[in-house]
Each structure stands twice: as C-alpha cells, then as structure tokens.
Design a protein around this ligand. Sequence first.
Ligand code: GRF
Length: 189
Amino acid sequence: MKNIVLFASGGGSNAERIMQYFTGSNEVTVAALFSNNPAAGALSIAERYMVPIVVFNKEQLTAGGVLLKVQGFNPSLLVLAGFLWKLPEAFVAAFPNKIINIHPALLPKYGGKGMYGINVHRAVFENKDAESGITVHYVNEHYDEGAVIAQHSVPVDGCRTPEAIALKVQVLEHEYFPKVIADVLNISI
Ligand code: GRF
C-alpha cells in the first residue's frame, strides 16, 4: 500500500478530488492531511473522508516537528494541494523527489512568490494570454521551480474576467491532478 500525505491551506477542492479518486483503492491510501490553517475547508473535507488531520504552525514546521509527524505516516508521496507556505530546505531534503505541487498556470510563466490563487489568473488576464493551464511539478526549496511532471492547457482568450479563467483552470486541476499522482506512483486506477 502506498501512502499519500496531503498539504492544503484553503478550501480543499483538489484535496477532495484526490481523496475521492483514491477511495476504495487497494494500492493507495490518503494517509493524512496537514494544514497550516485551522480554518481550512480542506480539514472538514478530510474528516468527511475519515482522513486523519494535522494542523501546525510556522514554528512546528521550521523546528522539525511536522517533518517527524509526516515521516510517521510512511509516505510514498507528499502532495501539495493548495499549500501556501514555502517548505524549509531541511524538510524538502528529507523527501527527495517525493513532494509534488500543482500550480494553476503554465510554469515558468506566472510562478514565484505571491503568485497564487486569483493573482495568477489576474496576471494571465491582464497579459491577454490566449491560453492558461496547470503545471504539476516536483517541489524544491524555491517557489514553483522544481522539475515539471505534467502540464495541461486550456484556451482562455474568450474569458472576460480572471474568475472565468480560474474556473477553466480548476476543471483541469480536478481532471488531471489525481491522474498525475497515480502516474507518479506507478499505479493504474
Ligand atoms: C488551486 O488553484 C491550485 O492549483 C493551487 O491552489 C489552489 C487550491 O485550490 N495550488 P483548492 O483549495 O484545492 O480548491
């Protein structure tokens, strides 16, 4: 059995899709959901799926307590599903090529510090890009700079607001992120 540990800071729609996708799998378990935000919607979703939750603060992350708790779940893969903090170097080093993230744009465009949520889609909109999409990538100690695993794009030239772009990108997230995770784990659902 391969264990996934999720990290989420917000609403958790991607975390929910992942929990849904692997429900009933005899190869993969979503072992836990970690969050830095005690009010994260992702936490109540995890409880609904009976996935153990761990809420932590910055000190617990930087001092190594979170690292020990994650190791306790014996993860094959750590999946950042809307996690807003940069992981400490020591944390990333403890899980070489085992941490992946989804970014709601076609990296290297629109990545880096501050480029999250509607900020990304607003930049795409203001630049009048014809397309946007998602990037799933390995995580290193810099925001959004790890090796790309998969990208999927969608036309957005007809979108009249950044929110409309966000909705089209979210469809890709929900369709592809669980499948990319299954591919990374070399399992077929
Ligand atoms: C998504 O847009 C994802 O690409 C980004 O953070 C957002 C999380 O949304 N990394 P949700 O909390 O999964 O709905």
